[in-house]
Design a protein around this ligand. Structure first.
Ligand code: ZN
Length: 246
């Protein structure tokens, strides 16, 4: 994934974007374009210019193909320059111990621009109970977790209510998550529910706790959800074990 830095088109100087191999194959199959700027495949990803290859990216279709930029932000050609796409921003930087990853921001979280803000969600209480934080942090003060070397992302960072042909956790979402994790290399990527982990692993047979698979130097961990709706699956043991790992 080293090729995925901030590179510019050799023809026009526009910043390149990325698509997955699956998307590439779909484009070839559906509109058979003659690409002008596409790179060779590397780790299942192609880069290309959104200006020179706007037709290939679906600029003339009702909805273009899923692509992402060098910040790992998912988009489509028709929205490439609109800025209101991501209500709840990632909180990522180098050297983090844990990055928590959920499915997508819930309505309450997106509205209030804070992570795990639903009133029945015990995420913040659990962090304190297992010792990951010294006190219970209010959801709107989520950025205080950086002081504990903890960050946030979600599998699907796209705006909610996008058209239905984009599945939650499609191959582009997964490629973006891998890209971010390789870029920031936290010690642990901790999924905050089995649902989130299922999307990433594309598997239903998953156990809570530490996983055998790693992304680069990052260990993967699955926590039981702290959402009120998932209370019967909750077991604080896995959250304590996560704290023991850092
Ligand atoms: Zn170009």
């Amino acid at each position: 994934m080293t090729s995925m830095k901030n590179s510019k088109c050799k023809l026009c100087g526009t910043e390149l974007v990325f698509i997955t191999k699956k998307t590439y194959e779909k484009i070839v199959d559906e509109i058979k374009p003659s690409f002008k700027s596409i790179s060779k495949e590397k780790d299942g990803i192609f880069s290309l210019c959104p200006q020179c290859d706007s037709y290939a990216l679906g600029a003339e279709l009702e909805a273009g193909y899923p692509l992402f930029d060098c910040d790992g932000i998912k988009n489509r050609i028709e929205n490439l320059h609109s800025s209101d796409e991501h209500k709840l921003k990632d909180m990522l930087r180098d050297g983090l111990d844990i990055v928590f990853c959920g499915t997508a921001a819930g309505n309450k979280s997106a509205e209030s621009n804070s992570y795990y803000a639903g009133s029945s969600n015990s995420f913040w209480k659990v962090l304190m109970q297992v010792g990951l934080t010294k006190e219970e942090i209010m959801p709107e003060n989520y950025a205080e977790l950086l002081e504990y070397n903890i960050g946030f992302t979600d599998i699907n960072k796209s705006e909610s209510g996008m058209d239905k042909d984009v599945d939650l956790g499609d191959d582009t979402d997964i490629a973006i998550l891998k890209y971010k994790i390789l870029k920031y290399a936290p010690k642990i990527l901790a999924f905050t529910s089995k649902e989130a982990a299922k999307m990433f692993f594309q598997s239903k047979n998953l156990q809570y706790g530490l996983q055998t698979l790693e992304i680069g130097r990052t260990k993967l961990y699955i926590c039981p959800s702290t959402s009120g709706a998932a209370r019967r699956y909750f077991d604080i043991k896995y959250w304590s074990e996560l704290n023991d790992l850092v």
